[in-house]
Design a protein around this ligand. Structure first.
Ligand SMILES: NC(=O)C1=CN([C@@H]2O[C@H](COP(=O)(O)OP(=O)(O)OC[C@H]3O[C@@H](n4cnc5c(N)ncnc54)[C@H](O)[C@@H]3O)[C@@H](O)[C@H]2O)C=CC1
Ligand SMILES: O=C(O)[C@@H]1CCC=N1
Length: 269
């Protein structure tokens, strides 16, 4: 079984680690989690993961190196791990927003195979939407990365120039849909439900809407047509939301996030 080093075990790094173990893709003992302050990783050590604050040593013991620090933390990490990287052994996977494969190879070496991937936090429960791209990974390595992310959700291979768009739609998207669910539950409280029951109702309703599309493979509007009875209450509420910019604000937010995702990293650090 291959060994994995997750360099930068914060929100997404830990979500990924949990998801891969839960899906039986790898045993916890074959994943090394790194972070500067190890006290945050204590519970993971107790759960069987290897933990380290030494990125270099973690890379040396791994076959797959997953970069999961913030864009502004990347340059220091690349300088640190470069001496430990062996192009014949290591496959580098970066989940870092706004950093191209070319920028990583510029620091680690042109012959290092790099796959850029964009999962979301639902990876912790096997429900990620992960986009992947690479300009130099072998077919075998791309297949392996695809298989790895498929154990924890759905995978789409895209052109690298769409990676910042994927970040906005899928990775940031988790937050957008969660906020929509919160807003629905707040509406529910105002019309008579206690907060906990309103949230439960909003969550299950959102899940039902998503599952309708996944299972029926239909367009949202065709499912909406089935809900909006003529002169009914759904179309009244829906049109009121649209008059207040519901679709427009989601579209504008996604466009701004995509723009921002493309400007998170500079080579100078
Ligand atoms: N949070 C999310 O939903 C997603 C995040 N991403 C990308 O993943 C990256 C990480 O994001 P988050 O997990 O949200 O951030 P985070 O701040 O939670 O995690 C980064 C981790 O890296 C650690 N770190 C910093 N410098 C380090 C070093 N020199 N050595 C070892 N560890 C170090 C930090 O202590 C922290 O735990 C970002 O580049 C982000 O763009 C990608 C997809 C989804
Ligand atoms: O907010 C961010 O910058 C990161 C990238 C995608 C999700 N979280």
């Amino acid at each position: 079984m291959k060994k994995i080093a997750i360099i930068g075990s914060g929100n997404i790094g830990l979500s990924l680690a949990k998801g891969l173990v839960k899906a039986n893709f790898v045993q916890a003992g074959n994943i090394t989690l790194t972070r500067r302050n190890l006290s945050h990783l204590q519970p993971y050590q107790e759960a069987g993961f290897q933990i380290s604050s030494n990125n270099n040593e973690a890379v040396k013991t791994a076959d797959i190196v997953i970069l999961a620090v913030l864009p502004q933390q990347l340059n220091a990490v690349l300088d640190e791990i470069q001496p430990a990287i062996d192009p014949a052994k290591h496959l580098v996977i970066s989940v870092i927003s706004g950093v191209s494969c070319a920028a990583i190879k510029e620091k680690l070496g042109a012959d290092v195979q790099v796959v850029r991937s964009m999962p979301n936090t639902a990876i912790a429960i096997g429900q990620s939407m992960t986009c992947i791209a690479s300009d130099n990974a072998s077919a075998n390595n791309l297949a392996e990365v695809t298989q790895m992310f498929e154990t924890v959700g759905s995978v789409v291979k895209i052109n690298e120039d769409l990676m910042t768009s994927a970040t906005a739609l899928c990775a940031c998207g988790i937050a957008f849909f969660l906020r929509a669910i919160r807003a629905a539950s707040q509406g529910g409280v105002e019309i008579g439900f206690h907060a906990d029951e309103a949230l439960k109702m909003a969550v299950q309703t959102a899940k039902g809407a998503a599952d309708l599309l996944l299972l029926h493979k239909t367009h949202p509007e065709s499912e909406i047509d089935k809900v909006t009875s003529p002169k009914g209450c759904t179309i009244a509420g829906l049109n009121e939301m649209e008059h207040n910019g519901f679709s427009s604000s989601l579209i504008k937010g996604i466009k701004l996030s995509a723009l921002k995702a493309g400007n998170l990293y500079t080579k100078e650090g």
